[in-house]
Design a protein around this ligand. Structure first.
Ligand code: CUA
Length: 352
């Protein structure tokens, strides 16, 4: 059965619209994770390489596709037409091997140079940060500054940041083997995997202040899609102030906050032990069981892998049943009462 010409045309037009819609859906005027709008030296080097290689690839693609479509149409079957019969064409085959080889050789020069340049450790003023990936959140350790924080990375502008990506062999919360995650803040630098038991290094740099988004880019389980990254880039003085502020825990007189602190440290809940068996609310200390460090929690914009806005409403929902808010969350449902949640939220919101 053959399809009538009018139906064929309609199908073709329909298919073109679907293709166009797919193509346009990839466009965004202001995409926060646009790798082609770099905001620092490291990302700019990758962008420069892309800008060099991509147009060459486009030209080759157009030539090859044109010849392909031309041959399909020009030499299509017709009654009485017989294809010319021959075997091999040595001259043509040599040309078609040598040309791509030369193009690849030419492209490899800037590519390899960029790879080696980006792998070179930065010199001069450098900020060292160790990134530990957990299911499903990020831990940032500043070994030279003596502080630890989670999910929102703070860095100074115009200072290269040497990132040590430390792959933990096991998850400290439930002792299951840790999995591969991938660290990527498109506007500030390249992408690098975090592999259990291995150490990878990468350099980020920001040439402008502001907030930048990133995301775990290696499927790591149920919470993978909700393992975001938020980077705050400050002027050096503001960054120093942030560090100093994190080091002091403000005293409180509010009875609700004091009640929340008591629950946090020694509460025994229906669904498990006190918060302090996994967390610590002090950026200068290590959490006992690798839960996110909550020092300065109230100053964060987000929590839970940088996916939830740090609001009272979200905190209440989260404390009531973490896994119901974020799939795969390893924080257990502690079976908290409404009064306990209210006190704990007040305590968390006092951690400036
Ligand atoms: Cu961590 Cu995907």
């Amino acid at each position: 059965m053959s399809i009538p010409a009018s139906r064929k045309r309609r199908l073709l037009i329909g298919a073109s619209f679907v293709l166009l819609a797919l193509l346009l859906s990839a466009c965004a005027a202001n995409a926060p994770q646009d790798t082609l709008k770099s905001a620092g030296e490291s990302a700019r080097r990758s962008e420069d390489l892309w800008n060099l290689v991509f147009p060459i690839a486009v030209v080759i693609f157009v030539i090859v596709e044109f010849l392909l479509v031309f041959a399909v149409i020009r030499f299509r079957t017709k009654p009485g037409r017989v294809a010319s019969q021959f075997h091999g064409n040595t001259k043509l085959e040599i040309v078609l091997t040598v040309i791509p080889a030369l193009i690849l050789a030419a492209i490899s020069v800037p590519t390899i140079k960029t790879i080696f340049d980006l792998a070179e450790p930065p010199t001069g003023d450098v900020l060292n940060v160790t990134v530990v990936a957990h299911q499903f959140w990020w831990e940032y350790r500043y070994p030279d500054l003596g502080i630890v924080t989670a999910n929102e990375l703070h860095i100074p502008v115009d200072v290269p940041v040497r990132i040590r990506l430390e792959g933990q062999p096991t998850d400290l919360v439930d002792s299951t083997p840790e999995v591969i995650h991938s660290f990527w803040i498109p506007k500030l630098g390249g992408k690098q995997d975090i592999v259990p038991g291995r150490l990878n290094l990468i350099t980020l740099s920001a040439s402008e202040t502001g907030t930048f988004l990133g995301q775990c880019t290696e499927y790591c389980g149920l919470g993978h899609a909700e393992m975001k990254l938020l980077v705050h880039v400050h002027e050096q003085a503001d960054f120093d102030a942030w560090v100093e502020e994190l080091k002091v825990t403000p005293p409180t007189t509010d009875p609700l906050v004091t009640e929340g602190e008591k629950l946090f440290i020694q509460g025994q809940f229906a669904g498990g032990p006190a918060c302090s068996s996994c967390h610590v609310a002090d950026a200068t200390r290590d959490a006992p069981n690798a839960g996110p460090n909550l020092g300065g929690f109230a100053t964060r914009e987000t929590f839970a892998g940088a996916v939830l806005d740090n609001t009272e409403e979200n905190l209440v929902r989260w404390l009531r049943d973490p896994a119901a808010v974020k799939q795969g969350a390893k924080m257990p449902n502690l079976g908290l009462t409404t009064e306990q949640i209210t006190a704990l939220v007040a305590y968390l919101q006092s951690l400036e």
